[in-house]
Structures are given as structure tokens and as C-alpha cells.
Design a protein around this ligand. Structure first.
Ligand SMILES: [Zn+2]
Length: 245
């Protein structure tokens, strides 16, 4: 059975069998992949410490017919805030779950891999709620489903002033085109300017900036609505965040 090494984030796991786990990795070389880790829930397992959420591993796997198997794993990088601060952890879980939902299986995504490294770094240093919001919108673009921000998705008109937004229609809508679309959401110009600004931010050198509460809330509401429409379900991490309040 072929063996390979890769560098990968742990982005999810579920218990399986008596002492095993199925883990979801996002690797530099192969993109998203699932792997079984036998015995890793036993305290003395050499895998137990490594296979923790958010950690970056140097991992050796055996290729399997349906799912690969973790043979060895060493921690390459930890994000201490993501394991010690509940708020950072909860927003980090949103970013992890969204990455797993949006990325295809088995295809290398090096740009997204490097992006995620910067996002998790910043999530421990800056307001995790704002980091998750920016990451959520940027993930739409990285997945090729970024919405139109300032041109009407129907008629292509440049949009000035307050307008509308519909995730199914492809983003911004001018007032004229939105007339026949009852599901279109209100899209204030301040939220549009904010979305345009954050869509261009580089997590590797994130400038400091101030967010007004109504822009934050407006951008969050539109993001959650867009994700609900795209995925056809609500992410578990979003439900958890809403319980945190
Ligand atoms: Zn239009």
C-alpha cells in the first residue's frame, strides 16, 4: 500500500469505533482529505496529542481504497489562542467548517492553504468575530462563487446608494432589477463599501481598521444568508456561535 507524507491542518474529527477517529485534513499537497486514525483516543497513543483541532501536522499516511490511514503525525504548528480562548475557538471552528464545505476533495489548493495559515494566525491576535467575517466572504471568492458587490448581477449597472442583495441571483441587485425578486435583501451602501474593503484585505499583512456596528451586523447577516442559500443548510459552528450569543 502506497505511503505518502504531507503537511496538513486538522479541520475536523469524529469518534469512531472504540478508540479511533476519522479526521478531516486540509493538506498542502492533496487539498481536503479524510483519514482514519486507529487507537488515537487511547491516552498513550503517539497520535493523541498531534491530532487536535486546528494544528498543522507533518503527517504520514497509507493510501486506502476508501479512506487513507494516519501512520505518523508530528505537530508542525500550533495556534495557542484557538485551543485556549472559547471565542477564538468557536470562530476558528466556523472557518474550519466552511473550508471543509467549500473545498473539493483531493485537489491541491495551495493558495487557500497559505491563506488559512494567515487566517488562523490572525484569529488569535485580532477580534475573532471580525476575522471570521472577513474569512467567510473571502472564502466565497476563493471557491469561485464570490458575489457581485457593486454591479447589478442582473443588468450590470454600477450601483450607487442603497440597493438590494440576493445570494441566488449572484449578489448585488439595482433597485429596478430587485423589484420582481421578493427574496432580495436590503443592501445599504455602507455595507457594500465595507464588503468591498474586506474582500481585498490581505491576512498576511492585515492593517488595523475600525468597523461600525451596523456594518459588522449587516455584513454578518448577508454572509449567513448567502451561506445558507449556497450550502442548503446551516453550518453547525454557526448554530454554536448563536448559542454563545
Ligand atoms: Zn439591475
Amino acid at each position: 500500500m502506497a505511503q505518502y507524507k504531507t503537511e496538513a491542518f486538522v479541520l475536523g474529527s469524529r469518534n469512531w469505533g472504540e478508540a479511533d477517529k476519522i479526521i478531516q485534513l486540509f493538506s498542502r499537497e492533496k487539498g481536503k482529505l479524510r483519514a482514519s486514525a486507529f487507537g488515537c483516543r487511547r491516552p498513550k497513543s503517539p497520535l493523541a496529542g498531534a491530532l487536535q483541532m486546528f494544528q498543522v501536522l507533518d503527517v504520514t499516511l497509507n493510501e486506502g481504497e476508501r479512506v487513507d490511514t494516519v501512520r505518523q503525525a508530528a505537530v508542525r504548528k500550533r495556534f495557542p489562542m484557538l485551543s485556549s480562548d472559547l471565542n477564538a475557538m468557536a470562530y476558528g471552528a466556523f472557518i474550519a467548517e466552511l473550508t471543509l464545505e467549500m473545498m473539493p476533495e483531493g485537489e491541491p489548493q495551495e493558495q487557500v492553504y497559505d491563506w488559512l495559515m494567515s487566517v488562523f494566525d490572525v484569529c488569535g491576535e485580532r477580534n475573532p468575530r471580525v476575522v471570521a467575517l472577513i474569512a467567510g466572504w473571502q472564502m466565497l471568492e476563493l471557491s469561485g462563487v464570490g458575489p457581485a458587490y457593486d454591479t447589478c448581477a442582473h443588468c450590470g449597472t454600477h450601483i450607487d446608494g442603497n440597493a438590494f442583495f440576493d445570494a441566488v441571483e449572484g449578489g448585488a441587485l439595482c433597485p429596478h432589477c430587485a423589484e420582481g425578486i421578493p427574496t432580495a435583501k436590503v443592501y445599504p451602501d455602507a455595507v457594500r463599501d465595507f464588503l468591498k474593503m474586506i474582500s481585498k484585505l490581505d491576512f498576511a499583512s492585515l492593517p488595523s481598521f475600525h468597523v461600525k456596528k451596523e456594518e459588522l451586523l449587516g455584513a454578518e447577516e448577508l454572509l449567513l444568508y448567502t451561506l445558507d442559500e449556497l450550502l442548503g443548510k446551516r453550518l453547525k459552528s454557526v448554530t454554536f456561535l448563536s448559542q454563545l450569543g
